[in-house]
Design a protein around this ligand. Structure first.
Ligand SMILES: [Zn+2]
Ligand SMILES: [Zn+2]
Length: 132
């Protein structure tokens, strides 16, 4: 699978329950739809987070292509806090693309426990200092 930003081949990181695709060049992360729920580990928070996704019709950023179906992805606003956080989502539901730092940002906003899987995962990938 190629990175939608730099087009380089991504590496697969194998975790206990999920595999995520990670670009070593831009530090972007691709998650298949079901993997986000698994990573969150808390169904209620996962649903809350997914329900907060809104398509941003006014976004002027260049659309990226889904690494699976190669169709243009939608820009999605996550949550209600300012400034808005935008991620890319496959309109067919293949998955989500997170630029560097966006995933940890979202999980911070979702107010997960510090020892949640995703925080541990991000610490493993990027080192323990996650400031985003
Ligand atoms: Zn990349
Ligand atoms: Zn797709």
């Amino acid at each position: 699978m190629d990175c939608p930003v730099c087009k380089n081949a991504m590496i697969t990181l194998e975790l206990t329950e999920v595999e995520i695709d990670y670009c070593t060049d831009c530090s972007g992360i691709w998650l298949d739809t079901g993997e986000l729920k698994l990573l969150l580990g808390d169904p209620e928070k996962a649903i809350h987070l997914l329900n907060s996704f809104k398509i941003d019709p006014s976004c002027t950023e260049k659309p990226r292509k889904c690494p699976i179906c190669l169709k243009k992805m939608q820009k999605i606003i996550v949550g209600h806090a300012a400034p808005p956080l935008l991620i890319d989502k496959c309109s067919k539901g293949d998955g989500l693309w997170f630029d560097k730092g966006e995933l940890s940002h979202i999980f911070n906003r979702a107010q997960l426990d510090k020892d949640s899987k995703i925080q541990k995962l991000l610490a493993d990938i990027f080192g323990s200092k996650q400031n985003n």
